[in-house]
Design a protein around this ligand. Structure first.
Ligand code: FAD
Ligand code: SIN
Length: 530
């Protein structure tokens, strides 16, 4: 199929062989894999670099050091994942990861190096060795830039930015493309033989998050509405250390700071993590995040990151972006104690996908943070997410090539009711809950510490809001954002209510024990009864 574009009135009609929704690491790596296989169209809802990838700080984990091995990386990943990692997925991640990372280096990625030219590797929480490649504290920007330049030069690939995918198009149970809305108020449709959902995470579901505005969980909403299986949505990772200065943005303070020796102290200067956990500040994220909240409650005061015992010049040189963010908040990263608290950071659950990105809907693939391969289990190991996007993005691209070959001759859907997505001022989005209401409710009731009463209340309110959403595809950008937050929040609350145990990031104060007998399993369709 050619890369045709026609316009009927306000409706834009695009055709492509391969459609990729999103422009983060998973999307771009999949696009590279599709080079030469046919026309590739990338649809992305904001500026191309806007997404979690562009903000990634600490780095990308891969067993490339002489003292490391994929088996060790696998053991750390599985340890952090609290009994729920899919082991074949972990093996793919850690065994294929080093090859894809070396390829990134060959393509020009400038990871930091030691004076002798060898890679400089960082340590992060729950890693048993130094294995995190980084470009100071802007690793995602560096990798995204390299992949962006590579795909920009790719024949047959075009990118349409500021175009928000609002609903998948399916016919006879098969995905045939997507409906989209532009910021100029136009609506359109893309017909595609294979579609990759690479829309990233859903941090915006919470009032406090490290994630940028684009992370509203659109991919999970669209896939779920199209009948795709979703899984493990009760597992949301809260990053322990986010700048907590009133009036200043909630800027992430990378775990790599603690890897370089930063300490967590209470107002009295006591290193509380040392008594809380044998791994101290480098315990898995879920344990550090909960310990910070408990310490704040116990003492009634803020908790701080302290780098005062480290060399100031080295700190500023290694962490320039974080130093700047602290400076803008009136603090010196190296000299001051920096107030921190947790915020929503990463969603382990998502659109259920196999190791090649196939979802339960034929023609629809998923990779990156939007997908759930269960590679992270109940708690993602630090710096495994960029690696996930790279490895599973490439694999999904390869599977899409194969899918196209298997289905040659297919020419797109017929009989789609385009009128349903024409912008129509008479249609109003249901606003039984505003987006802010959703974010606050999720932060209050479905965050670090959970219990049945609060979860039940949240699930009931969100269910009412979800049932009140208008039928069909959203007709405005705000409507799409609202529908995504309501839907994803509802699915998360229901999933959290159903899992009556504590595991990884999912901590139920009313069932504080891990229960492998009943709950060592992945939970899918949350609309079934708990
Ligand atoms: P993203 O990079 O988020 O890309 C999603 C894309 O989809 C964006 O382009 C977005 O605009 C687009 N999109 C979304 N919805 C739509 C729609 N409806 N229509 C069209 N386009 C859409 N992980 C690590 O491994 N190491 C780190 O050091 C690290 N640091 C992090 C620091 C921060 C501050 C944050 C927020 C995350 C960090 N993570 C890190 C996590 C990691 O960055 C992400 O999980 C990963 O980049 C996700 O990649 P992705 O390609 O799946 O999604
Ligand atoms: C960080 O730099 O702390 C974020 C790393 C990650 O999310 O894996």
């Amino acid at each position: 199929m050619g890369g045709a574009c026609t316009s009927a009135g306000a409706l834009i009609h695009l055709q492509t062989d391969f459609l990729i929704i999103g422009s983060g690491i998973a999307a771009l790596r999949a696009a590279v894999e599709l080079a030469g296989a046919g026309d590739v169209l990338i649809l992305t809802k904001s500026e191309p670099a806007e997404g979690n990838t562009g903000y990634a700080q600490g780095g990308i984990a891969a067993a490339v050091a002489p003292d490391d091995a994929p088996a060790l990386h696998a053991a750390d990943t599985i340890g952090a994942g609290a009994g729920l990692c899919d082991e074949p997925a972990v093996r793919v991640l850690v065994e294929e990861g080093p090859r894809y990372v070396r390829e990134l280096i060959d393509w020009g990625t400038a990871f930091d190096r030691q004076p002798d030219g060898s890679l400089s590797l960082a340590r992060e929480g729950a890693h048993s060795v130094r294995r995190v490649l980084h470009a100071r504290d802007a690793t995602g920007r560096e990798i995204g830039g390299v992949l962006g330049r590579r795909t920009a030069a790719q024949t047959g690939l075009r990118m349409v930015s500021h175009a928000l995918a609002c609903a998948l198009v399916t016919e006879h149970g098969r995905c045939c493309g997507v409906l989209f809305l532009t910021e100029q108020g136009e609506a359109g449709r893309v017909d595609a033989a294979a579609t990759l959902m690479a829309t990233g995470g859903a941090g915006q579901v919470y009032a406090e998050t490290t994630n940028p505005e684009v992370t509203t969980g659109d991919g999970v909403r669209m896939a779920f509405a199209a009948g795709a299986a979703v899984a493990d949505l009760e597992f949301v990772q809260f990053h322990p250390t986010v700048l907590d200065v009133p009036g200043a943005p909630r800027f992430l303070l990378s775990e790599a700071l603690r890897g370089e020796g930063a300490q967590l102290v209470n107002a009295a200067g006591d290193r509380f993590m040392v008594r809380e956990d044998p791994l101290g500040e480098l315990a898995p994220r879920d344990r550090v995040a909960r310990a910070i909240v408990r310490e704040r409650e116990r003492t009634g005061h803020a908790v701080f990151l302290s780098l005062q015992h480290l060399g100031a010049d080295a700190v500023h040189a290694r962490f320039p972006l974080i130093s700047d963010a602290c400076r803008r908040a009136g603090l010196d990263l190296a000299r001051d104690r920096i107030p921190v608290s947790p915020a929503a950071h990463y969603v382990m659950g998502g659109v259920a996908a196999d190791l090649d990105g196939h979802t339960s809907v034929p023609g629809l693939f998923a990779a990156g943070e939007v997908a759930c391969t269960a590679v992270h289990g109940a708690n993602r190991l630090a710096s495994n997410s960029l690696l996930e996007g790279l490895v599973f993005g490439a694999r999904a691209g390869a599977a899409m090539r194969a899918w196209d070959r298997d289905t040659s001759g297919w020419r797109g859907p017929e009989g789609i009711d385009l009128a349903s997505i024409q912008p129509d001022n008479k249609r109003r989005e249901s606003l039984t809950m505003t987006m802010r209401d959703v974010q606050r409710l999720m932060w209050r009731n479905v965050a670090l510490f959970r219990e049945a009463g609060a979860l039940g209340h949240a699930a009931a309110e969100l269910e009412a809001a979800w049932l009140g959403l208008p039928d069909g595809a959203p007709v405005s950008i705000d409507g799409a954002r609202h529908a995504s937050l309501v839907t994803v929040a509802f699915l998360m609350a229901r999933a959290a209510l159903r899992r009556e145990e504590s595991r990884g990031t999912h901590f139920r104060v009313d069932c504080p024990q891990r229960d492998d007998h009943v709950w060592r399993k992945h939970c899918g369709d949350v609309l079934m009864q708990p």
